[in-house]
Ligand binder design. Sequence first.
Ligand SMILES: Cc1cc2nc3c(=O)[nH]c(=O)nc-3n(C[C@H](O)[C@H](O)[C@H](O)COP(=O)(O)OP(=O)(O)OC[C@H]3O[C@@H](n4cnc5c(N)ncnc54)[C@H](O)[C@@H]3O)c2cc1C
Length: 417
Amino acid sequence: MVDSSIVFDVAVVGGGAAGMMAAIGAASRLGIDGKVAVLEGGQRVGRKLLATGNGRCNYSNKNITAKAYNRPDFVRRIFQACSPEDIMDRFTKSGLMTEEEEGRLYPASGTASSMVDILRLLMEEKNVSVYTEFKVLTMRWDGVFRLSSPSGMVQAEKVILACGGKAAPQLGSDGSGYKLAENLGHTVTALNPGLAGVKCPAAQQRQLGLPSLNGLHVTGTVSLYRQEKLLAQEAGEILFREYGLSGIAVFQLSRYDGDLILLDLLPKYSMPDLFTELQQRAERLSGRPLEEFFTGVFQKMVGAQLMKAIHLELEDRDCGSLTKEELEALAGIIKGWPFPVEGAVGWQNAQVTLGGLDLDEFNPLTMESKILPGLYAAGEILDVDGPCGGFNLQWAWSSGLLAGWSAARSLKPRNAG
Ligand SMILES: Cc1cc2nc3c(=O)[nH]c(=O)nc-3n(C[C@H](O)[C@H](O)[C@H](O)COP(=O)(O)OP(=O)(O)OC[C@H]3O[C@@H](n4cnc5c(N)ncnc54)[C@H](O)[C@@H]3O)c2cc1C
């Protein structure tokens, strides 16, 4: 139960990655006498963190650069104050053992709960008060901040908004933080689901073979077009879903408004080289049923759908019977398998929010609002997003820590530390 007569030095709204880090940063600077609270709407803190990196929490990346984010100039300033190396060092000193996979950093335990445990422990050590099931519905300022929820009221001298965005609302971030900021005069830019799969038109999903391909992974290159103009290209993992395409390579393209995806399943081959390879393969495998032509190259269902896509009749045919035209068509579909795109899947399946609180209204040296001094923001609630691979959590850690430090530093000198 919250004691509404206490005036906290710093109240952090949201107990996600950014909020917990902000609270740890503020409490470290304030020292033993500091009064820092985390107000979390859900039943526990770090719920989304547990779902990150497929439950393993890809918490950062060896190759983080500000250039990879949508607003590099702003992010660069934050990383100058709170660099990815500094964050990793802090985690290591706090007991986290890290494992690296192609630059991606994970807890060596193989589970995201280690990260939540470390953050909880640090909050406990630094005397941070954590209030769960405390969803802040209104916030006002009249010399002190007053934050109300159905379970009580909290007063604080400084507030850090770390409510996340709208992505994956089932994990707590339902966009309510934007309203709190808007009511205090802040602007919210256009919001869209990011790092999300793409949907193919419902009427074509069956014909594209998506129900049979659902759940299968391939690697290759994804090219996204709009009106036949190439918008962007990504290489990596592609996951077929009933509704369309997903996987890391597709996620990276979800910020663009395309209408067609072409998959290249063998990007290392040029078209002529692939044709020659397929021609030799047809000769080599002569006598084998045609439906086995791709055995050893692609998963069975992927091979079958490629053949279906070029309308190959398989019955009573063997690999050696493939004609030059058919081999050309097969090479063509492998290098450019078309999937019409209707749009990104909704918020439920998105990993981040594109858009958020307008950065022009925040000071990148402190994360403080230029509209209402004493108010700070950190993490996904701001208009910052990065690619897959630990970039979004890195943003949450760095912006959270800086906001926490700055909020504490702006309090009276008695608390400086
Ligand atoms: C499935 C999935 C996998 C992901 N995997 C990765 C990954 O491996 N690596 C990576 O870098 N990024 C990953 N991301 C993105 C990353 O999780 C987010 O960018 C990051 O968690 C944002 O942190 P945040 O603290 O700003 O917001 P959140 O983690 O969303 O936390 C916000 C918190 O605020 C609470 N809250 C919201 N409104 C209120 C309110 N009004 N009052 C009180 N509390 C409130 C919410 O309940 C929530 O706990 C993934 C995202 C998803 C959905």
